[in-house]
Unconditional design. Structure first.
Length: 192
């Protein structure tokens, strides 16, 4: 049980995909202007990443490794992730039209979100079991969502702040993201 707690806390805080591994920056910067949109994207990423971890782990263990075709791993994982994103897109379009419109182009971009693919590849490289892969991917997605929601709430506050003209827009967003990343580095300790 301690191994799973360590895995979960490590994936959420210490090795956060956005703030530590620098994966998934495109949706992180693109969907973080409003907290409501960030919540929706965070939920979609949690759903897709968790299912991707489960499905890719099963495929890796029972097909790719079994038949010695692990060289197909990346393309198979991308196809699985693309299919899962299509399912999420269809569900959101039917269940929550405003969220579907708010996420816009960023929803299909989950397919190319390197954090989703990266989590599946990390699980494969580390030879995690199906359960461990699913837990790791879910925790990593929660970490992604946490970073996205924190960043979006800061960006909403920045809209009300007096920001010097040269720092307006993307510049202040990137500075804020780097400060948030430094704050998350504190979870890994000073020992390096």
């Amino acid at each position: 049980m301690g191994e799973y707690i360590s895995l979960i806390l490590g994936a959420i805080l210490v090795n956060n995909f956005v703030l530590s591994r620098i994966l998934g920056i495109c949706p992180f910067l693109g969907v973080s202007k409003k907290t409501s949109t960030a919540l929706g994207m965070g939920g979609a990423v949690i759903f897709v990443m968790t299912l991707a971890g489960l499905v890719t782990s099963i495929i890796n263990k029972y097909v790719l490794l079994k038949y010695n075709i692990s060289f197909m791993r990346t393309i198979v994982f991308i196809l699985v992730i693309a299919a899962l994103v299509q399912i999420v897109e269809i569900l959101l379009q039917r269940i929550s039209q405003p969220l579907y419109k708010a996420l816009g182009i960023f929803l299909p971009l989950i397919t190319t979100n390197c954090a989703v693919l990266g989590s599946a590849i990390i699980c494969s490289d580390e030879m995690y079991s199906v359960v461990k892969s699913t837990v790791f991917c879910c925790a990593s997605a929660i970490g992604f969502a946490l970073a996205l929601i924190l960043f979006s709430s800061v960006r909403e506050k920045l809209e009300l702040a007096k920001v010097p003209v040269p720092l307006k827009g993307a510049a202040i967003a990137l500075l804020t993201a780097s400060i948030l990343a430094m704050a998350f580095m504190g979870f890994s300790g000073l020992g390096g």
